[in-house]
Design a protein around this ligand. Sequence first.
Ligand SMILES: [Zn+2]
Length: 65
Amino acid sequence: MTDSCPNCVRRGVEPSSERREVDQIVHRYRCQACGHRWFTSRYLPAYSELHGRRGESVDAAGEAA
Ligand SMILES: [Zn+2]
């Protein structure tokens, strides 16, 4: 998953490494334009919960129709 550089706002920076932990996934980035380094962590259970809610809303809409 690409990200934008928080320093020079370059878009579409590819992660230089990806590390998966128990409940989150960490991407490390290095901007090729300015050399700035940063990382992002995404909390996995929050994503699965979001998908679950989407599934429920689709089912409810089907019953109503
Ligand atoms: Zn940059």
